[in-house]
Write a protein that binds this ligand. Structure first.
Ligand code: ADP
Ligand code: MG
Length: 482
């Protein structure tokens, strides 16, 4: 049996306001437990919430960035449930009248096409605290610092059909909220958390199957793995003639396992009702227009500009424009390095690989855009080979020296590009390899000739102590061999 995969996402985005959504407590990450939750965050009797204007501004900016309708009048509800990290006994959220209505985001597919993923709505709500199970023996600790941190929850339509599309959407959303500056995007600290709804249906059928929801995925890699895992689990059940239970599941990325957390609850289980402590929020045109005027460049526009201004291809532009910090790093590199294509290659190659290997973000890179730009200049003007460039990069990264030219000098990496000198070396090497020269000259197949040409490069690099310019060697060789 062939199956269609159907995926819809719910994404919690922590808003980068300084204070909480209904109180003046700090939202800074990493403070001593329970030092940043006040009486309002805990809904102590006699306290009243005061909405944080900045959270509304950020939600409106988000709505505008995803082509959505902004609700002029939105309402807060109480979602009632008991849990230790929710001492209020309810979460203040929006159900009937969310601030952001239907919208959409375009994602780039691997085949070069663009697909629209519809956004059902996005609502404002407060985060809960955190239960800490690890540091206590036989007990659970509760840290309420996060309680009341503003979130927007973004809910998509079930428009994605495989893990790659879901991850492309997640990355796109990450690029949008970080470009807007409304979220720091730090997934390891929980600033963006993804819930993945997955169902299968017989190929081509237009009736959706029963879905499960896998909660709280906090990296793109875990998201991809969790989807693969859940698709396989559902497929096994369906192909054995079983049925899928609608439930919430938890995925353990370290073990590639999942387990059921609870069967699906309905909205009426939560006894939602309008929060009597908060008036409906009215947003006027001036507020929306002010937010619109403050929108920075977003990934789609940036991608188009990178193609136009730097002549990048679709793939490079899309990758570099997706993240605002990576994009800024690229532009700094090009400003000093001139050659945009070479800069793009280095950033996506050596630079990104190194960041990934050390688990660092662009902001934590020990190599600056200017330094990488200086390096690109020396590759482009043939001062160093690409092998030499890797050595320079290594020295910059480890902090051995911070100046590109000084490293080239100190390590003796300057390539010999004096054609007279190189020709002499070619003559000497060819004189020592008469058989290979004869074979080359008798060969008709251009592919084989090209391969044989490579056979002279080893001895030439050796003769030049690794410092001959390989491109020039190649040209001279072809000229001499005919
Ligand atoms: P509920 O109100 O029960 O939480 P929603 O209609 O709000 O359900 O959907 C929640 C999320 O699940 C949305 O992201 C939606 O796209 C997704 N979803 C709904 N039905 C399916 C389905 N059959 N398969 C996959 N995802 C689904
Ligand atoms: Mg829902």
């Amino acid at each position: 049996m062939q199956w269609d995969i159907v995926i819809g996402l719910e994404i919690h985005v922590q808003l980068a306001t300084r204070t909480k959504i209904f109180s003046g407590s700090s939202t800074a990450y990493g403070a001593e437990p329970n030092t940043q939750a006040n009486a309002v965050d805990l809904a102590m009797p006699g306290t009243l919430p005061v909405p944080n204007e900045q959270a509304f501004r950020y939600a409106v900016m988000f709505g505008l960035a995803v082509n959505a309708e902004i609700e002029r009048r939105s309402v807060f509800e109480r979602k009632n449930y008991f849990y230790p990290d929710l001492p209020k006994g309810y979460q203040t959220t929006q159900l009937e009248r969310p601030i952001v209505g239907p919208g959409y985001v375009g994602i780039d597919l691997e085949n070069g096409e663009t697909k629209r993923v519809r956004i059902h709505h996005a609502h404002l709500e407060e985060d809960a605290g955190k239960s800490l199970h690890e540091d206590f023996h036989g007990m659970t600790g509760v840290d309420l610092n996060r309680a009341g941190t503003p979130l927007i929850e973004v809910v998509t339509e079930p428009d994605m059909n495989n893990a790659a599309e879901a991850v492309a959407f997640a990355r796109k959303l990450h690029g949008i909220v970080t470009s807007l500056g409304i979220c720091d995007g730090d997934m390891s600290q929980g600033s963006m958390r993804f819930d993945v709804n997955i169902s299968l249906k017989p190929k081509g059928s237009d009736k959706l199957g029963t879905r499960t929801e896998t909660k709280n995925l906090n990296s793109f890699r875990f998201m991809e793995q969790a989807i693969a895992h859940e698709v396989e689990r559902q497929m096994d059940i369906l192909e054995d003639g079983g049925t899928i239970t609608q439930e919430t599941r938890l995925y353990n990325g370290d073990r590639d396992e999942s387990r059921s957390m609870r069967t699906k609850e309905e909205a009426n289980d939560y006894r939602y009702f309008p929060c009597p402590d908060l008036l409906p929020v009215e947003i006027d045109e001036a507020f929306i227009e002010e937010a619109r005027a403050s929108l920075p460049e977003l990934p789609d526009a940036r991608k188009a500009r990178f193609m136009e201004q730097y002549g990048l291809n679709d793939y490079d532009a899309s990758l570099l424009a997706s993240d605002s910090r990576l994009a800024a790093f690229f532009e700094e590199t090009v400003k000093h390095g001139k050659d945009a294509k070479l800069a793009a290659n280095w950033i996506q190659g050596e630079f990104s690989a190194r960041l990934n290997a050390e688990g660092k973000s662009v902001a934590q890179s020990p190599v600056s855009g200017k330094q990488l730009g200086d390096l690109v200049v020396r590759i482009a003007d043939n001062t160093i080979s690409s092998a030499g460039a890797k050595k320079v990069f290594e020295a910059l990264w480890t902090g051995e020296n911070d100046d590109v030219d000084a490293i080239i000098e100190a390590k003796g990496l300057k390539q010999v590009s004096d054609t007279g000198e190189l020709e002499k070396m070619v003559d000497e090497v060819l004189a020592e390899m008469p058989d290979q020269v004869a074979q080359y000259q008798q060969e008709e197949d251009p592919k084989k000739r090209k391969k044989m040409l490579g056979g002279f490069m080893g001895p030439l690099m050796k003769a030049s102590k690794g410092q001959g310019n390989p491109k020039l060697f190649n040209e001279i060789l072809q000229k001499k061999l005919g």
